[in-house]
Ligand binder design. Structure first.
Ligand code: NIG
Ligand code: FE
Length: 398
C-alpha cells in the first residue's frame, strides 16, 4: 500500500507512529501469523482511524510524529464481558472462599442489596473508577451489564448509567430472581416492564442459565423477548456446572456464550458449528478457585474464542485483560498469539464490532504502546504494568 499524502493541510489530526518494534494488526491477511505482525513498522492515524501502515523507513511526514523506540504496538483490549454497575464489595466472601467455602450464584444478592441502597453518584463513581483502571491497563472498549438492581427502576438506572461510559451495554435483569418476588412474577417483569425500561439503553440482552438462577425455558423467554425488541442475545452459560446454557445460546443464535467452563462434547461441537463466540473468563476461575475452561478443545474444534474479565465484585474483581491473557496462556494452554487475538479481535466479534480489536486501515485508532519489544511480554511478564501509552480514537488518553 503506498504511503498516503499527509502533506500540510491534508489533516490537522495526522499522527505517525514510527520505530514500532512489533505492530500487531490482528489481521492474518496483512501480516505474519494469526496476529498479522509487522516488524520495524510505522502506523499513520488520521481523523481517529488507522490510515496506513508499513515499514518504518517508508513512514510519511505527518503533523505529529511519535517515535516509540522499538516498543510493541497492539490494538487496545476489547473486554466484552463486565459487570461494573454495583455498590460495595465482597472481599470477605472472597477470603472465606479462599479458606474453603464454595462459590454460589446466591452471593449476587449481597451486591443487589448494596446496589439498590446506593445513590446514582455512588454507582457512577465506582463505574468510572473501574473504566479508568481498565483503560490504564490498555482496555479501550468495555462492555457493561446491569444485573445488580433487579427492580424495573434499578435495572433501568443501571443500564442508563452504563450507557454514559460505553455503547456496549447489556440488560441482565435475568441474573437471579431477587428475594422479594416469586419466579413467575419476576419473569413477567423481565419480559415486560423491565425490558421496556431497559431496552432503550441496551444493545444486548443476557441471562444467567444456571442452577440457582434461570433454567433454559425461563432464559429463552427473556432472550426472545429481548430479540423481539432488537437486542442481541448473550448467555451466561455452563459456568458452575454442566447445563443447557450453551445449547440455548446456539439455539437463539446468541452473539456469545460466556464462561463455557463445564462443556460436554456436544456443547463444544455446537459452538464450533455456529457463529456464537465462546467467551472465556479466566478471572472467574482464578477468583473462585475452579477448573479453567477447556480452551484447547474449543479452538481445536474450530470455535471462535474471546477472552474477557467478567469484572464483578463477586466472582472476578479484576479489570485486568493482561491477567486474563496470562492465565489463558499459562492455565488454559492457549498460545500467546491465540490469547492476544481472543482479547482483541475475539472480543470485538463477541460485541459484533468490526472497527475495534484490530489495527487495519479504516479501523478505529484504539491502541496501546507496550513498554516491551513484543506482545509476548504480556504473558511472559505476568503482573507487570507494561502499558506505556494508550490512544483512543486517535487521541492519547494514557
Ligand atoms: O459472571 N455468573 C453470574 N454473574 C457473575 C457473578 C456475579 C456475582 O457473583 O456477583 C459472573 O461470574
Ligand atoms: Fe458475568
Amino acid at each position: 500500500m503506498p504511503a498516503p499524502d499527509l502533506g500540510h493541510g491534508t489533516s490537522p489530526f495526522a499522527v505517525v507512529f514510527t520505530n514500532i518494534g512489533e505492530l500487531v494488526t490482528c489481521d492474518a491477511n496483512i501480516g505474519e501469523g494469526i496476529l498479522g505482525v509487522h516488524r520495524d513498522a510505522a502506523l499513520v492515524v488520521e481523523d481517529g482511524r488507522v490510515a496506513w501502515l508499513g515499514p518504518s523507513g517508508d513512514a510519511p511526514a505527518a503533523d505529529r510524529r511519535v517515535d516509540v523506540a522499538g516498543r510493541a504496538v497492539l490494538p487496545g483490549w476489547v473486554d466484552s464481558h463486565a459487570h461494573l454497575v454495583f455498590a460495595g464489595d465482597r472481599a470477605e466472601e472472597f477470603a472465606a472462599r479462599m479458606a474453603g467455602r464454595a462459590y454460589s450464584a446466591g452471593g449476587i444478592r449481597t451486591t443487589v442489596a448494596a446496589t439498590r441502597a446506593a445513590g446514582d453518584d455512588v454507582l457512577r463513581g465506582t463505574l468510572t473508577r473501574l473504566v479508568a483502571e481498565a483503560l490504564r491497563q490498555g482496555t479501550t472498549t468495555i462492555e457493561c451489564k446491569s444485573g445488580y438492581g433487579l427492580t424495573v427502576e434499578d435495572e433501568a438506572r443501571s443500564v442508563r448509567i452504563a450507557a454514559e461510559v460505553t455503547t456496549e451495554t447489556t440488560y441482565l435483569g435475568a441474573h437471579v430472581v431477587p428475594p422479594d418476588i416469586d419466579t413467575q412474577s419476576y419473569l413477567e417483569l423481565l419480559t415486560g416492564p423491565m425490558l421496556d425500561a431497559c431496552a432503550p439503553h441496551a444493545r444486548f440482552v443476557d441471562a444467567f442459565v444456571e442452577r440457582g438462577a434461570f433454567d433454559a425455558d425461563q432464559a429463552r423467554s427473556v432472550l426472545t423477548a429481548g430479540i423481539d425488541r432488537g437486542l442481541l442475545p448473550k448467555v451466561h452459560a455452563n459456568q458452575l456446572g454442566p447445563g443447557p446454557g450453551v445449547a440455548l445460546a446456539v439455539e437463539v443464535a446468541a452473539v456469545s456464550a460466556d464462561h463455557c467452563t463445564h462443556l460436554s462434547r456436544a456443547d463444544v461441537d455446537a459452538l464450533a458449528g455456529s457463529a456464537t463466540i465462546a467467551t472465556l473468563l479466566p478471572g472467574a476461575e482464578f477468583s473462585t478457585r475452579s477448573p479453567y475452561p477447556d480452551a484447547r478443545a474449543l479452538i481445536d474444534a474450530g470455535a471462535t474464542v474471546a477472552l474477557a474479565t467478567d469484572c464483578n465484585p463477586g466472582s472476578s474483581y479484576t479489570t485486568s485483560m493482561p491477567l486474563c491473557v496470562a492465565l489463558a496462556v499459562r492455565e488454559m494452554r492457549m498460545s500467546v498469539e491465540e490469547a492476544i487475538w481472543s482479547a482483541t479481535e475475539g472480543g470485538a466479534r463477541a460485541l459484533r464490532r468490526d472497527d475495534v480489536g484490530r489495527l487495519t486501515p479504516g479501523a478505529r485508532a484504539d491502541l496501546q504502546v507496550l513498554d516491551a519489544p513484543t506482545a509476548t511480554h504480556v504473558a511472559y511478564r505476568p503482573g507487570v504494568p507494561l502499558v506505556h501509552q494508550v490512544w483512543r480514537g486517535g487521541e492519547r488518553v494514557v
